[in-house]
Design a protein around this ligand. Sequence first.
Ligand SMILES: C[S@@+](CC[C@H](N)C(=O)[O-])C[C@H]1O[C@@H](n2cnc3c(N)ncnc32)[C@H](O)[C@@H]1O
Length: 277
Amino acid sequence: MQRRTLSTLLLALCLGAGARAQSGEEVPFITSPDNVTLEMLRLAGVGPRDHVIDLGSGDGRIVITAARRFGASGLGVEIVPQLVESSRRSAQEAGVADRVKFAEQDLFKTDLAPATVVTMYLLPEVNMQLRPALLALKPGTRVVSHDWDLGDWKPDRTSVLEVPDKKVGLVKTSQVHLWTVPAQVQGLWCGTGPLRDFSLRLTQKHQAVEGELLRKGRSRTIAGTMEGNVLRTQSTRVGALVLEKQGDELTVKEGDGPLALARGTAFRRGEGEACTG
Ligand SMILES: C[S@@+](CC[C@H](N)C(=O)[O-])C[C@H]1O[C@@H](n2cnc3c(N)ncnc32)[C@H](O)[C@@H]1O
């Protein structure tokens, strides 16, 4: 792996989104200020049932705060041994050593599956290298990034915070982005029970879903947003719908318009071009 100097990397951070890091490069140690750390955890709604994995955990502040302030468990992954050691000491001092662990390891070799929340303060290209693994996580897993985004996987929410003593960049603000890993619903769905005349044909790009609701040759366009397993469609002539994916079923949780009476019934995954029967 080609090592770049710290000053080059700081320059990349300073230049902002236009700066492109190279594949495999390393990210310098720069801490997220306290107000940014808190907003990362607040935006993700971290609570006692969460397991937070911070990729490139630096001095351990994000997972220690997640445990101390929000009651979560956590894992910090860091390649610099001294930072791992000082994180473990800080966890002891904060009285959360039983709930947080720090591992000296490469963030790219980390099993992310146990996470309910993944936090990152890395570099744009590193975020993009991680993106396929993040999108493959269990639907509903939250991903939070300080400053850098995930390309055309647009954040569900973004906060902008004043950081007057920001160490990098010309702008004295930080951005905190939140994504919720979307379930995959692309394809054909065939109504069952009271919905048996209906079918849904959906296309999906990350959390954005478009498609049509079909019934007896008539088609109505729908568009909506996935948040984890839940698809919320905008209000159109078929009304607003809330559908939840559970295994191979898409169940109507709320609906007005023609599907008002279909609450609790489900679409099942279909095969081929159209639903039969
Ligand atoms: C910008 S700092 C962020 C520290 C902390 N997450 C925070 O927000 O305060 C990035 C950290 O990632 C670590 N890092 C860089 N490359 C890494 C890798 N491949 N695996 C694990 N950690 C890495 C660096 O040593 C550094 O401590």
